[in-house]
Design a protein around this ligand. Sequence first.
Ligand code: GLY
Ligand code: MN
Ligand code: MN
Length: 434
Amino acid sequence: MFNLKEFQQRRSQLLKKMGEGIAIIPTAPEALRSRDSHYPYRFDSYFYYLTGFTEPESVLVLVAGKHPKSILFCRDKDMEREIWDGFRYGPEGAKKEFGFDEAYNINQLDELAPKLLGNQAKLFYSLGADGHWDARVTGWLNAVRDLVRTGVVAPAEIVDVRQLVDSMRLMKTPFEIEIMRHSANIAAAAHNRAIKFTKPNKKEYEIEAEFLHEFYRSGAQSPAYTSIVAGGANACTLHYNANNCVLNDGDLLLIDAGCELDGYASDITRTFPVNGKFSAAQKDLYELVLSAQLAAIAAAKPGNLWNAPHEAVLDILVQGFIDFKLCKGSKDAVLESGDYHQFYMHRTGHWLGLDVHDAGQYKDKAGNWGLLKEGNTLTVEPGCYVRPADNVPEHFWNIGIRIEDDVLITKTANEVLTKNAVKTVADIETLMKS
Ligand code: GLY
Ligand code: MN
Ligand code: MN
């Protein structure tokens, strides 16, 4: 999906925020996987947000001021390379199709960049994001500084361009929401397919193959992050991704997987019984996490603090941990001591968008939690992870549960983008019987 106007508007908005100066925003480099084989290429999210352009070796330059302009540097057309690697727009094609004011061969960048930087008051650049680019940009700045006796002045100020774009990326537009809804629907269908396919004695990777199948056949370009397919005790390792164990009758299976569609991530976790039926202990903890998640989703609405869903989760989980004899003492005492961290050691969500842990601040400048606003997209993902320990009732040992949905903040409340992935005990057990 491409919407020329929207990308042009984003560049105009950033140019306005800059006021004066020049922004240099390179896309991501290609990365070698082994010898001369590359990882599948993934553009830089900031660059893509402002251009919609997916070719490697590209740089966006924005010049703010009275006559703002956007300039793309990209690879030239090259019939020989295109026979091997595929189509390239070339500067002329890119300028026309993607709406830049000017476009040049990427090979001209080292020659033109110092000229563009001269007499600009500020440089907007993400210093520290990539050491190679930092060195190159420093070289251009020094080349400009060398011209001081000819009257040319180098930028006196370097501003992190990411901070300006982050606040834009936090507020999703209808165009972005449509893609995110689609990405979420694909991932939800993929989880349902994986749940339906699960049986004792299958391997974790066999289940992974099922949801990957659904991602790709539905047009997603990639998983959005390394998938977690964690049977039994593996679910208590938060970033488990070996995905190579046998699924045992009587265990739960936790799957944390989402896809990337046109740059936008979905991020879903579902936990369900390998044999299709929750045991009493599994059901107790599952219902607890689910009620915490539903309370957190209810708290995800405009005007509430970012932290409201997390606080809703703690309120319910901690009481449950006390009731199930996982924690001792009053709710206030357990919240105060942090004893619940033994079973719930992560936070309840993150922004979601072009990056799975998306750009954007969580606190305001005074250090207070920010407010949720219409157009924000975030995950809501409480969990409970019980490792064997002397202070833990044995029937809960090795149960790891997380339930994660993607939520869009609307004008009055929210929309759960991933609502099509089954979640209640009854719906999961019915799907697994079918
Ligand atoms: N799958 C990454 C996360 O849940 O944050
Ligand atoms: Mn997540
Ligand atoms: Mn996740």
